[in-house]
Design a protein around this ligand. Structure first.
Ligand code: SAM
Length: 482
């Protein structure tokens, strides 16, 4: 019998089924325990210390109690604290990225994914290096600086050498003032040796969605192919960190299993990384199952309503306050607007989820991974964010300045974000406005930048940021960063 142990490197011990079930039971038993709920809320609240605001976070049990609680005033309190944490550590900045689909060849049999190998009517495509170049130029011409590359698992068609070659191509392209400065990677679980190769190729975050933490369901949902191995998949982040990757991104695909189980599993996974490696996940993604070629989400029993989805995001924000949270174009404008306030710090914009989609005039559907709900252009998303009081940021400075892993976390905790991330966001937004934005977006953006520059606490930093912004406007000088 496996015993729960967050420090163990064995999947069944750090994602311990018995502990998750006991957590759900504990949460259910205490969902009206006002005294306990108030104590948990108090623990989650940002507090002042010498450097500014700090947060303690919550354990998986504490966070699960909040998730189970349906008392309206307490739920409002959860949302309020989530907003406070968001503002304390991320301010009103939202980091922008786009996915780049390299290949949809896949040998796995995942029941929810249109890339599953039995799907004979999806068009199979794999980008050549020339095609990668064309896609990257199209993405640079939109204004993107940060990509998440995506590929199916296929050791013959998409071996690690192919992924590495694509990363090299992506980083090598400078079209006009464009550059991709950070490539995050979302590919199947692999070996320590391959993670080391990805690290050496200069990747940002390694992202891998657990899909579901529930082992029995996982085995059924992944009936064939290498992804069937639950332990190998669940232990991937430990191998990635062993291979030298500091920043890893977790996520579950909501809709496959019950959300309470997934939530507890996700927070336990974060606790495990912290316990073993001294640093939690860099990001958490919250994808929901979507309609896709050969995939009908109604065939899955655990679809998640918007209000529960929002509550999950807020509870994650309270539990792991220093972890970035990502939302994709799987979600529509309305949902995105709401969850941005509750803790989301990164969003994609102008995305195409088909292989080679960015170079097509019309949005192609024949090789799409999922239906895109937010189909607006990047310019529309950028303007919408600003209209809603956010600063779209194209910043990639942290990992290029060595602020990764625990260094990033202590940077966050030392209250330096307003002196670094804030000016970096304003300078990269200026680049976007000058090089790519429509006239209307420019107008809104420059007014916002003027106002936001005044929030930089250190006078010298403010002056330098203003000088760089003038340089960007009046020359081709780019890529300033603190
Ligand atoms: N092949 C890689 C792996 O096995 O982890 C990852 C790449 S896959 C392109 C990225 C993610 O898309 C998957 O991890 C899954 O969570 C998500 N996905 C698959 N089918 C989906 C669907 N129908 N709706 C929403 N997301 C889906």
């Amino acid at each position: 019998m496996a015993v729960y142990n967050p420090k163990s490197l064995k999947a069944e011990e750090f994602i311990h089924d018995g502990e998750i079930l006991a957590t759900i039971e504990y949460a259910e038993a205490n969902k009206n325990n006002i005294e306990l709920i108030d104590e948990i809320l108090e623990k989650a609240r940002p507090k002042k210390d010498g450097n500014g605001l700090v947060c303690k976070g919550l354990t998986h049990r504490e966070a699960s109690v909040l998730l189970a609680c349906d008392i309206p005033e307490k739920v409002e309190e959860i949302y309020k604290i989530a907003e406070e944490i968001k503002l304390a550590f991320y301010g009103n900045r939202i980091v922008m990225f786009a996915p780049l689909y390299l290949s949809n060849y896949c040998v796995n049999g995942c029941l929810y994914c249109p890339y599953h190998f039995k799907n004979k009517h999806i068009t199979r495509k794999k980008l050549t290096q020339e095609e990668v170049k064309a896609e990257v130029i199209a993405l640079q011409d939109m204004g993107h600086k940060r990509l998440a590359i995506e590929a199916g698992e296929d050791p013959v068609n998409n071996p690690i050498e192919y992924i590495l070659e694509c990363i090299k191509t992506i980083y090598s392209i400078n079209h006009k003032n464009g550059a991709i400065r950070r490539v995050n990677v979302n590919i199947a679980a692999t070996t320590v040796e391959n993670y080391r190769k990805l690290k050496d190729a200069g990747i940002g975050t390694y992202i891998l969605f657990q899909e579901t933490y529930h082992k029995e369901s996982y085995l059924k949902l992944h009936p064939t192919g290498p992804k069937h191995d639950y332990d190998y998949h669940t232990e991937a982040m430990d191998r990635a960190m062993e291979g030298g990757i500091d920043d890893v991104g977790l996520g579950v695909l909501f809709g496959l299993e019950t959300y309470k189980y997934e939530f507890a599993g996700l927070i336990m996974h974060a606790e495990h990384l912290e316990a073993v490696h001294g640093v939690g996940p860099h990001t958490i993604s919250v994808p929901r199952l979507k309609r896709a070629d050969d995939i009908d989400p109604d065939e899955f029993d655990n679809s998640l309503a918007d209000d529960k989805f929002e509550k999950i995001i807020a509870c994650i924000r309270l539990a792991v306050p220093y972890t970035g949270m990502i939302i994709s174009t799987r979600e529509n404008e309305k949902v995105r607007e709401r969850v941005l306030r509750l803790g989301i710090s990164q969003i994609s914009g102008g995305s195409r989820t088909s292989v080679g989609g960015y170079t097509e005039e019309e949005r192609p559907h024949d090789s799409e991974q999922f239906d895109v709900s937010d189909q607006r252009s990047l310019d529309e998303v950028v303007k919408w964010l600003m209209d809603n009081g956010h600063i779209p940021s194209f910043c990639t400075a942290c990992y290029r300045e060595g602020r990764t892993g625990d260094r990033f976390m202590s940077f966050c905790k030392s209250g330096q974000i307003l002196n670094f991330c804030h000016p970096n966001a304003l300078m990269t937004l200026t680049e976007y406005l000058v090089d790519y934005a429509s006239e209307e977006t420019k107008r809104v953006g420059f007014a916002l930048i003027e106002k936001e520059l005044e929030k930089i606490p250190r006078e010298r930093t403010k002056e330098i940021a203003k000088e760089h912004i003038e340089d960007i406007k009046n020359s081709n000088s780019r890529d300033f960063r603190f």
